[in-house]
Design a protein around this ligand. Structure first.
Ligand code: SCA
Ligand code: ARG
Length: 346
């Protein structure tokens, strides 16, 4: 499997992925025309023919037949064309010592606090291709890309995680809050937000702070909770240093994970080495997995490798791995896939 920038030829595969995504993955609506526009914007972004703030980088996980079995994205800078809304979960204390009253209720404040941040989004591996470290490759390949083209991204990074919705696609959070102001089912709202109507809907939702103890328990339980299929995506971002800082998605209450880009493990630890082609028989197999990438924008490539030898500034690799990475001057960017293996490379 190799990660590469999305291309126009991936439209059918992206449409199949979007159909398999389910409710709540609102950046991937199952709408062919809209997905075609998303691919156009991504292609222009890799060509650097649109302004930096509008850039949207989409990558696919391609198999040996070059078929896309997964997708992931980075929005360069959020909130310029239209506001980006989140709820901040703050504490409100009502207390009176004389009559021994003390209540502390989480309260949701509508904010635009993520303006100018970069966003990680659209992480999805086809159900048949999950496992085999495809998810970890696709989630983490984005950090090596950001490191390589650091000037294209913000100071901070966030990911709005898919919140909880049940098997029928109902979100208890939406049903008890947003739906009272915007009388539509969550599935429809999810589709419309993905089609670019996000801020219109947000602007019709409650603007005054919402005391969460006025919400039904089922809705309250969704605050900061992810969809079961999103748990692996959350786990990977936590492993890489993103944190929940008390912001949640306004539609389904899913947690917003965030970090300063320059603090992230892969940004700090990735290094550049010279790749040397070696007979696979001379390399140890089943090593701790490493992420390898080239340094190209339009021709970005990233993959995993389990068979290699590190010697000073040189990294010995099988020829086919080197070929697939389209390296320039044999320079390869390297980092361990897992934080726990980082020492092995230092
Ligand atoms: C998210 C992916 C792509 C992940 O792929 P896989 O399922 O193959 O990954 P995996 O290797 O099985 O799991 C990745 C890591 O999570 C751990 N893991 C798995 N299940 C877990 C659970 N229930 N609780 C805690 N940790 C768990 C694994 O041990 C592994 O860590 P170790 O390797 O250490 O063992 C997939 O599950 C998927 O397509 N999900 C449906 C779509 C979705 O909800 N996407 C996220 C939407 S939110 C979004 O897109 C924004 C976030 C973003 O862009 O990153
Ligand atoms: N709370 C949500 N449903 N967020 C949006 C879905 C997850 C993810 N951010 C995406 O790009 O699709």
């Amino acid at each position: 499997m190799i990660v590469r920038p999305i291309a126009h030829k991936d439209l059918d595969a992206l449409y199949d992925l979007a159909k398999a995504a389910g409710v709540g993955m609102n950046s991937l609506p199952a709408d062919r025309d809209y997905l075609a526009q998303k691919i156009d914007r991504a292609v222009e972004s890799f060509q650097q023919s649109i302004p930096r703030e509008q850039a949207s980088y989409l990558f696919v996980l391609a198999n040996d037949d070059d078929r896309a079995l997964g997708v992931c994205g980075i929005e360069a800078s959020i909130g310029w064309d239209e506001p980006w809304y989140t709820y901040r979960v703050s504490q409100m204390v009502h207390a009176c010592r004389d009559i021994n009253i003390y209540t502390n209720t989480p309260t949701l404040f509508l904010t635009n606090d993520q303006i100018g941040y970069s966003e990680l989004c659209s992480l999805l591996v086809h159900p048949d291709a999950r496992g085999h470290k495809n998810g970890p490759l696709l989630s983490r390949c984005r950090f090596l890309f950001i490191r390589q083209f650091r000037e294209l991204f913000g100071e901070k990074l966030f990911a709005e995680m898919r919140g909880f919705n049940d098997e029928q696609g109902h979100s208890p959070f939406w049903d008890d809050l947003g739906k009272k102001f915007f009388n539509m089912e969550f599935e429809r709202i999810d589709f419309l937000t993905g089609r670019g109507h996000r801020s219109i809907i947000a602007e019709l939702m409650p603007k005054y702070p919402v005391y969460s103890h006025l919400l039904a328990e089922s809705a309250r339980n969704c605050i900061g909770k992810v969809h079961p299929n999103t748990q692996p995506a959350l786990e990977m971002l936590k492993q890489e240093g993103l944190r929940y800082e008390n912001y949640v998605a306004i539609f389904d209450g899913g947690p917003v994970m965030e970090a300063y880009i320059d603090d992230l493990r892969l940004i700090k630890q990735a290094q550049q080495l010279t790749a040397v082609a070696t007979d696979p028989a001379d390399l140890p197999s089943e090593q701790a997995p490493i992420l390898l990438s080239n340094q190209k924008l339009e021709d970005y490539r990233c993959r995993l490798c389990f068979s290699y030898r590190l010697d000073g500034e040189q990294l010995y690799l099988p020829q086919n791995i080197i070929d697939g990475l389209l390296l320039e001057n044999q320079t390869v960017t390297l980092a361990s896939l897992y934080a726990k293996d980082a020492n092995m490379l230092s």
